[in-house]
Design a protein around this ligand. Structure first.
Ligand code: HH2
Length: 259
C-alpha cells in the first residue's frame, strides 16, 4: 500500500502533495513502482496534531485527487475517520476506507456497509492530539487484539463481509517504542482473528528513536521493520517508499519459496 498525504502537515511528506496534480502524479509513480493499492489521506494523524481538519476542507483536498485517479489499475483507499468523507470518497471511486478510529464515529459503520466497500480497522489508544503523552497497557498484544476483535464484530454486525475487512495494530498510535516492538514481535498472534493484517512502520518516530535519524532518513529502518512485519505475517505494508520495499520483499519471497 503506497501512501500519498494530501496535507500541509503530515510528519514525513506534509506539503509535498497538497497540490492535486502533485498528489495524482505521486500516486501514479507509486503504482509504477509496484504498489498494489494506494492510500490517500487528507488529514494528518501525526502525534500532537492539533487542529482537526473539517470535513469540507478534507473533501476539498481529497475529491480532485480521487477524480484524477479514476481508472487507475489498483484499488484506491482513503484514510479518513469521518463518515461524510467516507461516503463522498466511496461515491468518487474509492474502494476501501482506512480508518484509524476503526469505524467508531457515529455513522461510519453504515457508510462503509452501504457502499459494499473494504475497510481497514486500526487500533489507537487515545486521539492523535494526546496519544503519545502516556500510552499505557497491561498486556499490549492482548488489549490490541481484544479491541480489534470487538471492532471486527461491530463491522460484521453492520453487514460488512469478512472478506472486506483488514486489521491493523496501529504502530505508533498511543504506543511507546517498547509497545510497538512488542506488537511486532507477537504479530503472529493476530492470525487468530483470521483476517489479513496491515502494518504501518514507514518512517515512524519509533524508527527515529532506534536510529537517531529524522523522518526523511529512515528508509533503511522502514524497510527492516516492513520485512520483519511481513515475516511475522503482515499481508499489507503501508509505505511511502514502494520500490525499495518491493525489492526487499522479493528477497523474502525468494527465500520463503525455497523453504
Ligand atoms: N499510519 C499513519 C496514517 N494512517 N493508517 C493505518 N491503517 N496504519 C498506519 O500505521 C497509519 C495509518 C501515519 O502515517 P502518515 O500517513 O505518513 O502520516 P500523517 O498521519 O502525519 O499524515
Amino acid at each position: 500500500m503506497g501512501v500519498v498525504n494530501v496535507t500541509p502537515d503530515s510528519f514525513s511528506d506534509g506539503g509535498r502533495f497538497l497540490d492535486p496534480a502533485a498528489a495524482i502524479a505521486q500516486a501514479h509513480s507509486l503504482i509504477e513502482e509496484g504498489a498494489d493499492l494506494v492510500d490517500i489521506g487528507a488529514e494528518s494523524s501525526r502525534p500532537g496534531a492539533a487542529a482537526v481538519v473539517g470535513a469540507d476542507e478534507e473533501l476539498r483536498r481529497l475529491l480532485p485527487v480521487l477524480q484524477g485517479l479514476r481508472g487507475v489499475p489498483v484499488p484506491v483507499s482513503v484514510d479518513t475517520i469521518k463518515p461524510e468523507v467516507m461516503r463522498a470518497a466511496l461515491a468518487e471511486g474509492a474502494s476501501m476506507i482506512n480508518d484509524i478510529y476503526a469505524l467508531r464515529a457515529p455513522g461510519a459503520l453504515a457508510a462503509v456497509a452501504a457502499a459494499g466497500a473494504a475497510v481497514c480497522l486500526m487500533h489507537m489508544q487515545g486521539t492523535p492530539g494526546t496519544m503519545q503523552q502516556h500510552p499505557s497497557y497491561g498486556d499490549v498484544v492482548a488489549e490490541v487484539k481484544a479491541f480489534l476483535s470487538e471492532r471486527v464484530g461491530a463491522a460484521r454486525a453492520a453487514g460488512i463481509a469478512p472478506e472486506r475487512i483488514v486489521i491493523d495494530p496501529g504502530f505508533g498510535f498511543g504506543k511507546t517504542l517498547e509497545h510497538n516492538l512488542e506488537l511486532l514481535r507477537h504479530l503472529r498472534e493476530f492470525d487468530a482473528l483470521g483476517l489479513p493484517l496491515l502494518a504501518g512502520w514507514s518512517r515512524k518516530s519509533s524508527l527515529g528513536k532506534l536510529t537517531g535519524k529524522p523522518a526523511g532518513d529512515r528508509l533503511a529502518a522502514s524497510i527492516a521493520a516492513a520485512l520483519i512485519a511481513a515475516q511475522n505475517g503482515a499481508r499489507i505494508l503501508r509505505v511511502h517508499d514502494v520500490a525499495a520495499t518491493r525489492d526487499a520483499l522479493s528477497v523474502l519471497a525468494a527465500v520463503e519459496e525455497t523453504r
